[in-house]
Design a binder for this molecule. Structure first.
Ligand code: ZN
Length: 202
């Protein structure tokens, strides 16, 4: 069953009509629900204040405690990126740990004198995160692969696992091949990454 909002497979149903939603869309749906609940709770607090004021009972609030602030929903933000330029809104439910690893590897590539590899990882990562043609799962797979490949590229040639990296790049290229909106960037930058590892083995 497909999600009512997008092309991902559904994981949940919501409402009386049992509308199917995928993980990403359900995540947004529950955030909206939580915000609505917070508004209702504030309205209850306001009403109890009004009752206390009207009845002149100063201790009212102590007997009817106010709703404490609810814990904030887990927004994926605040991950400091030194290289990858990306908006919170496009990160969505992507694993920020892996994005952080990719970002650190870009810094390592720059400091080890591999500006082309650094630029390739940065360009592909940003394209993947922004692509409207890739699903959340595909983006997660790609960022995971990029985090491993970028780390290997930043490793000294003698201990670099080039075969593994090339196999992963091959897999990643097949996934990005499904995204028409990033074809140009991928055609330009995947070969630059492949070159890092073929130069080492060749
Ligand atoms: Zn969806």
């Amino acid at each position: 069953m497909k999600c009512y909002q997008c092309i991902s497979p559904a994981m949940y149903t919501v409402g009386e009509q049992n509308i199917p939603l995928c993980l990403d869309c359900y995540f947004k749906f529950s955030q909206i629900q939580q915000q609505e609940l917070e508004s209702l709770e504030r309205a209850v607090n306001y009403s109890s204040d009004e009752i206390a004021f009207a009845t002149g009972m100063p201790g009212f609030g102590a007997h009817f405690p106010r709703f404490p602030p609810r814990p904030k929903p887990t927004f994926i933000q605040g991950v400091k990126m030194n290289n990858i330029s990306v908006q919170n809104s496009v990160i969505g439910t992507i694993n920020t740990g892996s994005i952080g690893t990719v970002d650190q590897s870009i810094s390592a590539l720059i400091s080890t004198g591999q500006p082309d590899a650094a630029e390739a990882v940065k360009a592909i990562s940003e394209a993947v995160l922004k692509s409207a043609d890739l699903t959340g799962n595909q983006k997660n797979d790609l960022i995971d692969i990029l985090s491993v490949v970028a780390k290997e590229a930043a490793t000294p040639i003698e201990s670099r696992k080039s075969g593994v990296a090339l196999a992963l790049i091959d897999k990643a290229e097949k996934i990005t091949g499904l995204a028409n909106d990033i074809t140009d960037i991928c055609q330009k930058w995947w070969p630059a990454l492949v070159a890092v590892f073929t130069a080492a083995t060749g």
